[in-house]
Design a protein around this ligand. Structure first.
Ligand SMILES: [Zn+2]
Length: 376
C-alpha cells in the first residue's frame, strides 16, 4: 500500500499544548514528533468536527487526537478508514440518528419542562467523541478563567496519583477512564468535566491530611464522571441553543460554549447528584482499603475555611456540602478499617510533592487576578 505523509499537530488530550508531528498513512497511521511515537490502527480513528481543509482525528480508545490541513491526505484517510465517521457506542448510524431525534425531542422538552429535565435525558446519549471534544474545550476555558495555573507533574508523585486513580475506578462502572490533571492553585477545589476529565487544584492536596482524604475527593469526582453529571451541567448551562447546536452538529463554532466553562466551575450539582457521587466515593475508597469517612472530614475542613468567602471557584459552590451529607457519608462508610489506609506513608509524602516548589506560573500576575485567591 502506498505510503503518504503530511505535517500535522498532535494533542495529548490532557494538556492544551499542540505538538508538531509528521503523519504517515499506510495500513496504519503513524504519528512521529519530538518524543511522540504513535502507531494507530485505522479502525480506531474517528473524525471530529472541523472546518475543511482542517481535519481532526480522535483516537477511539483515549483522549489523544491529531489535526492536519491536507486535502489529498484527508481523502486517502477517509478511503482507508472504515469507521472514521462512526458514532461511538457500537450502534453506528442508528445510534446517531436516535441521538439526533432525542436531541430534537429534548429541545421540545426544554420548552415544556425546562432545561434540567431535558439535559438529564440527553446527557447519556451524547456520543463519547463529542463529549471528549466538549471536555477539551471546557478544560481550556477553565484554565483561562483560573489565570493559567501551571500543570503539576512531578514524576514520582504523578505515578502515585495514577495508581490511586486506577484503584479508585477498578471494577466501577464509568463511561470513560478518567484523566486527572493537577494544577497549582490556592483554592481548594476539584472539578469533573465532560469526557472524564478531572482537575485537582493543588490546594486541595495541601488541605488533605492523608491519602484517604484525597482519595475521597478524587473518587467523589469519579462519581460525577460515572453519572455523567458534567455533561448534564454543560447542557443545562448552554440551554436550548446548545441543544440546537448539537442537533445541527455545530459544536466548535458554537458561541454557547463560551459560557459553559464559567458555568461548569460555578454552578453546583443537585443534592441527589452530590449524594450519588458521595456514595460512589465511599464505595470506591472502601474497596481500595481506605476509610470512606475521610471524605466527610476533608469536606468539613474545606467548608469551615470556605464559608466566609463564597468564591466563584470554591468547592462549596460546585459541591454544596451540608451536615446531612457528612452524616450520610459516615453512615455509609461504617467502621474505620484497620491498616495504614489507601496510600503508604511514603506514597502520600510523594504525592504531596506533585507541584515542585520552583515551578513558575505560565503567565504570572502575582498581585492582581480576576479570581480571588487566599492563603489558607
Ligand atoms: Zn460533587
Amino acid at each position: 500500500m502506498e505510503a503518504i505523509t503530511t505535517e500535522g499537530t498532535f494533542f495529548d488530550g490532557i494538556s492544551a499544548r499542540p505538538r508538531p508531528v509528521t503523519l504517515r498513512l499506510t495500513f496504519r497511521l503513524e504519528i512521529v514528533g519530538e518524543d511522540i511515537t504513535r502507531d494507530w490502527s485505522l479502525l480506531d480513528l474517528r473524525a471530529a468536527d472541523a472546518a475543511p481543509p482542517l481535519m481532526r482525528i480522535n483516537h477511539a480508545q483515549g483522549p489523544e487526537s491529531v489535526e492536519f490541513a491536507d486535502a489529498p491526505f484527508a481523502e486517502a484517510l477517509t478511503a482507508r478508514c472504515p469507521d472514521l465517521n462512526r458514532a461511538e457506542g457500537g450502534g453506528g448510524v442508528t445510534r446517531l440518528v436516535l441521538w439526533s431525534i432525542a436531541a430534537g425531542v429534548s429541545v421540545l422538552l426544554t420548552a415544556i419542562y425546562g432545561v434540567p429535565a431535558a439535559s438529564g435525558l440527553l446527557a447519556p446519549l451524547v456520543p463519547q467523541a463529542f463529549e471528549a471534544q466538549i471536555g477539551r474545550s471546557v478544560d481550556g476555558q477553565i484554565v483561562t478563567l483560573l489565570d493559567n495555573p501551571p500543570l503539576c507533574n512531578e514524576a514520582a508523585a504523578r505515578a502515585v496519583l495514577d495508581r490511586l486513580a486506577a484503584r479508585l475506578t477498578e471494577g466501577m462502572a464509568l463511561p470513560v477512564a478518567p484523566q486527572v490533571s493537577v494544577r497549582r492553585h490556592k483554592v481548594a477545589n476539584a472539578l469533573a468535566l465532560p469526557g472524564g476529565r478531572v482537575i485537582l487544584l493543588s490546594d486541595i492536596i495541601a488541605k488533605a491530611r492523608n491519602g484517604d482524604e484525597l482519595a475521597g475527593i478524587l473518587a467523589h469526582e469519579f462519581g460525577h464522571v460515572a453519572a455523567r453529571d458534567p455533561m448534564r451541567s454543560v447542557i443545562t448551562a448552554g440551554g436550548t441553543s446548545f441543544l440546537l447546536s448539537l442537533v445541527l452538529g455545530d459544536l466548535t463554532g458554537s458561541t454557547v460554549l463560551v459560557t459553559v466553562g464559567q458555568a461548569a466551575i460555578s454552578a453546583g450539582y443537585s443534592r441527589d447528584a452530590e449524594r450519588a457521587a458521595d456514595a460512589y466515593a465511599v464505595a470506591a475508597v472502601k474497596r481500595a482499603g481506605g476509610d470512606g469517612a475521610a471524605l466527610a472530614a476533608i469536606l468539613e475542613r474545606i467548608t469551615d475555611a470556605d464559608h466566609e468567602k463564597p468564591d466563584a471557584i470554591s468547592f462549596l459552590r460546585s459541591h454544596p456540602f451540608t451536615a446531612e451529607r457528612a452524616a450520610r457519608i459516615r453512615s455509609l462508610a461504617g467502621e474505620k478499617p484497620a491498616g495504614p489506609g489507601i496510600l503508604s506513608e511514603a506514597e502520600w509524602t510523594s504525592l504531596q510533592g506533585i507541584c515542585p516548589k520552583q515551578a513558575k506560573p505560565e503567565k504570572s500576575k502575582p498581585d492582581e487576578g480576576k479570581t480571588r485567591t487566599e492563603k489558607l
